[in-house]
Design a binder for this molecule. Structure first.
Ligand SMILES: Nc1nc2c(ncn2[C@@H]2O[C@H](COP(=O)(O)OP(=O)(O)O)[C@@H](O)[C@H]2O)c(=O)[nH]1
Ligand SMILES: [Mg+2]
Length: 330
């Protein structure tokens, strides 16, 4: 049933011109948006055309990234935060880079309109993405999906990732505001935390603060933060929450707002975006160059053949690269 609906949506979208498709995405039409995300995930040729058309309409959404160890309550937090934004009448998009994330769209609040979860709310769009097997990197795909949601008029975008690998760190790095979730009782919490995560956090969310050890963790965090130099005039803040009981979500939202205002006032956001786009342009260029020189099955064959030569010390790597370059019509 589900796959039938999906196939129909697929065929409908394939049949219309990209221009019209882009128009539907901009209007926030759910099927057109879902289908556009699939096109981006699969690197379909239409995806680039679609993103080019939609790009001028992006740059309005505020992007929050939530990361932390599995089980710390990220999905619950994102869910509650999304519901909070919906109460403020903001349109919300959620990207969960974790297929196991359970989202209700705030149904637990008992809000009658949303009793059946987000399904009934056109202004809350939630998408889970597979975490492996994307060509060109998960970070790039996530960034492009965020662009689609932005173009579709979502005002608050929230990305959830499990903060374990470099991929995940790259993903949250693209966010305007980075939140790192910690919970009491995970052993020697701060020491166990990845150094990379510590550095990128704008806000620390101390979730499950109903549990024993919350005060101790807060003290540890405060002590650690007192040693950290403010970044761009911002000293990372600690917010205590009990996501499962919807406690502290208002304070969390207010802290995100405060961070947003801080950056808007200083023009740092633009600077951050220039840095970000520099990196993205290099990535896109790399992908394009690689595709030109080594695209398709023939490229892969050539690469394997030359790699064998180099591994067998029959050819040096510089000659091999020169051969690849010489074969391509750039
Ligand atoms: N005691 C307590 N449990 C929580 C809290 N927030 C989330 N949980 C529970 O922790 C478990 C993992 O939550 P989930 O949001 O899936 O974590 P994630 O893996 O980080 O996305 C679930 O059973 C939640 O109900 C909290 O503040 N206090
Ligand atoms: Mg989760």
């Amino acid at each position: 049933m589900c796959s039938l609906v999906r196939r129909e949506a697929f065929q409908t979208m394939m049949a219309i011109p990209v221009e019209e498709w882009a128009g539907l995405v901009r209007a926030g039409e759910v099927r057109a948006l879902s289908r556009a995300i699939t096109a981006v995930e699969n690197h379909e040729p239409a995806a680039e055309e679609l993103l080019r058309r939609l790009f001028p309409f992006t740059g309005k959404a505020y992007l929050s990234g939530m990361t932390g160890a599995p089980g710390t309550g990220k999905s619950t937090l994102v869910d509650r935060l999304a519901a909070f934004y919906r109460k403020r009448e903001e349109r919300v998009g959620v990207i969960a880079v974790d297929p196991t994330s359970p989202y209700t769209g705030g149904a637990i609040l008992g809000d009658r309109i949303r009793m059946q979860g987000h399904a009934g709310d056109a202004d809350m769009f939630i998408r889970s993405m597979a975490t492996r097997g994307f060509l060109g990197g998960l970070a790039r795909t996530t960034a492009e999906v965020a662009l689609l949601l932005d173009a579709a008029g979502k005002q608050q975008l929230i990305i959830e990732t499990v903060g374990v690998g470099q991929d995940e760190i790259d993903i949250v790095r693209l966010a305007d505001c980075v939140m790192v979730v910690m919970v009491p009782g995970l052993g020697d919490d701060i020491q166990n935390m990845k150094a990379g995560l510590m550095e990128i956090a704008d806000i620390f969310v101390l979730n499950k603060s109903d549990r024993e050890g919350a005060d101790r963790l807060q003290q540890q965090l405060d002590a650690m933060l007192s040693l950290v130099m403010p970044r761009d005039g911002w000293h990372p803040l600690v917010v205590r929450t009990v996501a499962s009981e919807n406690r502290g979500i208002d304070v969390l939202a207010a802290t995100i707002d405060k961070f947003r205002e801080h950056f808007a006032a200083r023009g740092e956001r633009e600077l951050k975006h220039v840095e970000y786009w520099k990196k993205r342009l290099v990535e896109l260029l790399e992908a394009r160059v690689l595709d030109k020189f080594l695209g398709g099955a023939a490229g892969d064959e050539l690469l394997t053949q030359l790699a064998k030569e180099v591994a067998g010390r029959r050819m040096d790597p510089f000659t091999a690269v020169n051969q690849i370059v010489a074969k391509s019509p750039i």
